[in-house]
Design a protein around this ligand. Structure first.
Ligand code: ZN
Length: 182
């Protein structure tokens, strides 16, 4: 993996739809990728990023919803509680915002970037971001939550994204239309 060339992958790229492979060994290569992912997340004003979003098929996420940076490997949701609805954007689906119902609280099990097991209790925004990023590891995207009507409304935008994904990048303004970018 050429880590220096990591960049955000856009809707239409197959890596976003693959189930991410579990990480077997937490080593310098993985730590390097997590560091690059954190840099890209902050540079893109995102609050979460999953490895498939930068073209890497591995079960890793970075999250910073305002209470510090989490770098997690092989994260799993152990428990969910309550629910809430909020509009979400995705760095890989620029220009699209979708209201998504998610658990209000989650309990997460993962490895940290030293390979140590951690459990995290999260609620509200932080819980939402973890759920969004863990969706990415299963190949699931925000558009999958859209109602039939929303799907119709955004179908033009998605077609455009797919075409752009085949060509090249997007301009800065196209990536900034949702408040939450994950
Ligand atoms: Zn996303």
């Amino acid at each position: 993996m050429n880590v220096t060339s990591l960049k955000i992958r856009i809707f239409g790229e197959p890596v976003l739809r693959k189930k991410a492979r579990p990480v077997k060994q937490v080593n310098d290569e993985m730590r390097n990728i997590l560091n690059q992912m954190s840099r890209i997340m902050y540079e893109s004003s995102g609050i979460g990023l999953a490895a498939p979003q930068v073209g890497i098929n591995a079960s890793m996420v970075v999250v910073d919803a305002g209470s510090g940076l989490y770098k997690l490997i092989n994260p799993k949701i152990l428990k969910k509680q309550g629910s809430g609805v909020m509009e979400e954007g995705c760095l890989s689906v620029p220009g699209v915002c979708i209201k998504i119902k998610r658990a209000k609280k989650v309990l997460i099990k993962a490895l940290d970037d030293t390979g140590r097991p951690v459990t995290i209790e999260a609620e509200d925004l932080l819980a939402r971001v973890f759920q969004h990023e863990i969706d990415h590891l299963r190949g699931k995207l925000i558009v999958d939550y859209a109602s039939v009507f929303t799907k119709l409304r955004i179908s033009g935008a998605l077609k455009e994204l797919r075409e752009k994904a085949e060509n090249e990048g997007l301009s800065e303004s196209e990536t900034k239309s949702c408040k939450l970018q994950l």
